[in-house]
Design a protein around this ligand. Structure first.
Ligand SMILES: [Zn+2]
Ligand SMILES: [Zn+2]
Length: 192
């Protein structure tokens, strides 16, 4: 640093470094980060929130992958119950017990099995895609939808869903997704 350079904020003090972001000369008191990069107060205030958000998004992405595994494991352990029910249905099909069962009840059994299965399947596949999308900052609306679906699955799904919505609706986070989406569209139209 040349000796006659003065701090941008304190003209009476000698500058000892320069902000790597805005280029202002800084005295020792004004450098917030001393390692690489050197940052002034103003730049730090602008960069710090986005770093925090990046950390939150990374955590969310990881949580979604973990959640997908949890739901899949839960579904596998539940599969034995489903198989038993199926077996029961198959076993009693044609028997008097089954014939006497009201039609709506038969439909109800099959429908509740199918809807639970489909819900699990959606949670697993949706969570994997959401985890990947959050890491790549894309499909904002899809991630919100998956989060909303997760909310119905106590307790981990609810926690993850609420957490995800809280982070994603932050204007700064939504902007990052939108900007990224625009960049992608632009590069796609250029490559065509
Ligand atoms: Zn700066
Ligand atoms: Zn200063």
């Amino acid at each position: 640093m040349e000796p006659d350079l003065r701090c941008y904020y304190h003209p009476e003090s000698e500058a000892t470094s320069q902000c790597d972001r805005c280029g202002d000369y800084l005295c020792d008191d004004c450098v917030i980060i001393h390692d690489n990069p050197h940052l002034c107060r103003t730049c730090w205030a602008e960069v710090a929130p986005s770093q925090r958000e990046a950390r939150h998004l990374k955590l969310l992405s990881t949580f979604f992958y973990i959640y997908a595994v949890l739901v899949a494991v839960g579904a596998i352990s539940e599969a034995s119950i489903w198989l038993r029910q199926l077996n029961m249905l198959a076993g009693i099909a044609g028997s008097r017990e089954f014939d006497q069962m009201p039609f709506t009840e038969k439909i109800h059994i099959v429908r509740s099995m199918a809807s639970r299965f489909l819900y699990r399947l959606f949670l697993v596949v949706g969570s994997i895609i959401a985890g990947r999308s959050i890491a790549r900052r894309e499909r904002w609306m899809f991630c919100i939808l998956v989060a909303a679906f997760c909310c119905g699955s106590m307790p981990f799904g609810t926690a993850l869903g609420v957490l995800t919505i809280v982070v994603l609706v932050r204007p700064s986070v939504k902007t990052v997704f939108e900007a990224n989406e625009l960049d992608r569209l632009r590069s796609e139209s250029q490559s065509r």
